[in-house]
Design a protein around this ligand. Structure first.
Ligand code: FPP
Ligand code: MG
Length: 321
């Protein structure tokens, strides 16, 4: 697992075992339906961040850290069940998506079920932390609604950044905050939550780039965004390089709500992105965002975990899956 570190391997294993335990009392058919998406399939980015944030700010992982790792992974999985319905995606984590196998109605209910399981795990936590969870999920949902309302429309960069901050960075920031909450140090909680937000934005920049340019190793459908009329940064940046005629052509080719563009058309614009070095520029932007965010971590004690937090973030934005 390329995003994992030896120092937290055992912790992630513990979290994996607990994911299964969470559903011990569920109908076996439900367990069977959700297991392929929950067990050992994802990149485990959110729990990794929870563990590293605790270890970078406290002396050790506690029972609460394990619980927060689980909560954030469950919320993330819940959001993917919902997201694949919204995106009409056919593939997730290298296998047929739940909406494809069981239909949209069941996939949405599975998402609701996982989300409630996550909230139940936090019922005895401090209200401040529970509110942070409610705020993050509200931001995710709001951003997804905005994204849906803006389909087939050219977005400004600021609209785009607002959306990704809500849909992705809010949860990643929550992971860092929950991890740091073990320290009881409010200043570190703030520092890590701001770091997490920047990391989340940089992460989604790469995710959206890979939707255009990635290979099968992502385990997801490629070109899902544009086929569903979602304009992301690679296209916003490409449009900024076009003259009037090219822009009109591009609008016609890519932004028709009645028929998704075919592969040849998408390939043509993808090649244009590469030629105009848009992919490189976005990777550079993600790197710069992260370097600025990383500077704030200097306030934390200089430990292996602080270095791993930085290494982890760096791998996330250099990734190809
Ligand atoms: C993936 O985006 C989706 C998200 C980051 C968040 C989706 C959030 C919701 C649908 C709201 C969730 C609500 C509850 C109650 C949990 P993407 O489509 O860009 O990424 P992908 O390539 O992985 O599909
Ligand atoms: Mg999606």
């Amino acid at each position: 697992m390329i995003f994992s570190f030896n120092s937290i391997k055992d912790h992630l294993r513990t979290m994996d075992e607990r994911i299964t335990d969470c559903f011990n009392d569920s109908d076996p058919q439900i367990r069977e339906a959700i297991a392929p998406y929950l067990l050992n399939q994802g990149k485990r980015i959110r729990p990794t961040l929870v563990y590293l944030s605790t270890l970078a700010t406290s002396s050790d992982v506690t029972a609460a850290t394990h619980r927060y790792a689980l909560v954030t992974e469950l919320i993330h999985c819940a959001s993917l069940f919902h997201d694949d319905v919204l995106d009409n995606a056919m593939k997730r984590r290298g296998q047929p998506s739940a909406n494809r196998l069981y239909g949209n109605d069941t996939a949405v209910l599975i998402g609701d079920f996982l989300y409630m399981r996550a909230l139940m795990l936090m019922e005895s936590d401090r209200i401040k932390l529970r509110r942070a969870v409610y705020r993050a999920v509200t931001a995710m949902t709001q951003a997804e609604i905005s994204q849906g309302l803006k389909r087939y429309r050219i977005l400004t960069e600021s609209d785009y950044f607002r959306i990704i901050e809500g849909k992705t960075a809010a949860l990643i920031s929550l992971c860092a905050l929950l991890g740091a909450s073990i320290s009881g140090n409010g200043k570190w909680m703030t520092t890590l939550s701001i770091f997490g937000r920047q990391l989340g934005i940089a992460f989604q920049l790469i995710d959206d780039l890979l939707d255009w340019t990635g290979g099968i190793e992502t385990g997801k459908d490629r070109h899902c965004d544009i086929r569903e009329g979602r304009i992301t940064l690679p296209l916003i940046r490409l449009l900024a390089t076009m003259d009037h005629k090219e822009t009109a052509r591009c609008n016609k080719d890519l932004l028709k709500s009645d028929s998704p563009p075919d592969k040849e058309i998408i390939d043509k614009y993808m090649a244009m992105m590469m030629n105009r070095e848009i992919d490189q520029a976005i990777r550079t932007d993600a790197g710069n965002l992260l370097s600025n965010a990383a500077a704030s971590l200097n306030q934390l004690p200089d430990t292996t975990y602080r270095r791993e937090l930085l290494e982890f973030s760096d791998r996330l934005i250099r990734r190809s899956l």
